[in-house]
Design a protein around this ligand. Sequence first.
Ligand code: HXC
Length: 260
Amino acid sequence: MSYETILTEKKGAVTLITLNRPKALNALNSQVLTELIDAFAAFENDESQLCAVLTGAGDKAFAAGADIKEMADKPAADFLKEDYFSGWTNDIVKKVRKPWIAAVNGFALGGGCELAMMADFIIASENAKFGQPEIKLGVAPGMGGSQRLTRFVGKSKAMEMCLTGRMMGAEEAERSGLVTRVVSADELLDDALRTAETIAGMPPLAVMINKEMVNVAYETVLDQGLLAERRMFQVLTATEDKTEGMKAFVEKRPGNWKGR
Ligand code: HXC
């Protein structure tokens, strides 16, 4: 599939996906969604690709939200019939088992903030601004904003942000646990790509299980999460990569991963 609204590039074992509608501050319309689903599926199915980075073109925005111009005249019945934007959750979050990082430059608002929160983690530039301003449009978040933001930053901040539409700057986002770190705008992409390369250099099965287990922590009670984690640890001890990884440690050399 050739893309018009996103760019994709393979950099070694890392796929870089760039939202590419800078004039519209990378607003997320249906075409972006279709193309992103395809790009994430290609990444997931390509055995040479082990980690991805998602960012926004231009220096102003990661994504300033779902495309308001596309939604403005759309009848409510169509939103319901299409199950509008359900593909974010079904095809991007659930089907992608390999890790991906959101590198957030500038605005991440509404659906843009929600898309960033679907990533496995977020690295932000100093000029990043996060927010759920849907209330100002007479609606509410529809792609996880009220749910994921609350889990990241707690009820008080999430409630205030959803009720007032106020934006959170990068420093506050780091302090509140929304992003893993803040770097300068110039450094952002290099930092995210370097981090992705580090992950791509890890044993692939262990990467997959670590991602699943951290996500389980969000979806279950502690006892069940601890049991699932222990079982997955025990399963991983049966892999060739575990034998190699522990042998490599003892022999003081890097591991040579097979993904089995
Ligand atoms: C469509 C958008 C857009 C959006 C910006 N643009 N955000 N187009 N949808 N979400 C367009 C503008 O119309 C303008 O195009 C161009 O991008 C530049 O934007 P400006 O407003 O001129 O820039 P600036 O003055 O710097 O203000 C930046 C901004 C503002 C503060 C980010 O653009 C803004 O408030 N955008 C809307 C943010 C928002 O409400 N997002 C939530 C959307 S709802 P033209 O052609 O005029 O130059 C949502 C719901 C998700 O995401 C749930 C769905 C299921």
